[in-house]
Ligand binder design. Structure first.
Ligand code: ADP
Length: 224
């Protein structure tokens, strides 16, 4: 398989680094990076009808309906036709895993990467992550009490995401355990799951992701 055609989902708790690793995968293999959270935030920011329906749910850390998520995703998958992708944010439930399979058709997923990061570490990452509303760059605050930090890329000011409150973080992590954990087993049964230790700096984790994918993406030896 050509690696620029690879279809990869990245799974992991909120704050586990899915977006960062998807971006690195996209650069490395020449894939399109699709992130449902980013697509939804753009819809909220642009005040589209879909964004208006999603906003309150997102701010409370609840899931948005499958209809809305797949409406956005379908459009992006159509735009990416013929290219591989790294996908983050979907699937979050077994129903979404099945729906994604149907949407992808004959060329299904090639790998599902799980970034394994302990709960206390993701809580700390989310409590200190700040995002620039102008260019989207993530920055880490020195302390959870520091509300804003200068953006490192543009002259904007990075702030906390509206759903990175203590209550919404707790709700999202609970939903991960209830709804997303079974998706990992589902991919494992289909021999697509690749588990990676996600504790470490982004480049170090990416090295592990690549090493695991090398095995997963290489064709199985043909029987003699
Ligand atoms: P996180 O993984 O930290 O919650 P995301 O940026 O992936 O951040 O998602 C932000 C929010 O967008 C989620 O809490 C949820 O409300 C909504 N969302 C994103 N993807 C989905 C999805 N596949 N199904 C339902 N809701 C979603």
């Amino acid at each position: 398989m050509r690696t620029d055609q690879a279809r990869i989902v990245v799974l992991g708790k909120q704050g586990s680094g899915k977006g960062t690793q998807c971006e690195l995968l996209a650069d490395h293999f020449g894939l399109v990076h699709l992130a449902t959270g980013d697509l939804l935030r753009a819809a909220v920011r642009d005040r589209t009808p879909l964004g208006r329906r999603a906003q309150a749910l997102m701010e409370n850390g609840e899931l948005v309906s499958d209809d809305l998520v797949f409406a956005l995703l379908d459009e992006e998958l159509r735009r990416a036709a013929g290219r591989g992708f790294s996908l983050d944010g979907v699937p979050r439930t077994l129903a979404q895993a099945r729906a994604l399979d149907r949407h992808l058709g004959d060329h299904g997923l090639d790998a599902a990467v799980e970034l394994d990061v302990p709960g206390d570490l993701v809580m700390r990452r989310m409590a200190t992550r700040r995002v620039c509303p102008t260019c989207g760059t993530l920055t880490t605050a020195p302390d959870p009490a520091v509300a804003t930090v200068p953006c490192q890329r543009c002259d904007g000011t990075a702030v906390a995401r509206p759903d990175d409150t203590v209550d919404a973080i707790a709700r999202r992590l609970a939903l991960y355990e209830e709804e997303t954990r079974p998706v990992l087993d589902w991919y494992e049964e289909r021999r697509l799951l690749v588990r990676v230790d996600g504790d470490g700096d982004p480049e170090e984790v990416f090295g592990r992701v690549l090493a695991s994918l090398e095995v997963q993406l290489s064709p199985a030896p043909s029987p003699r």
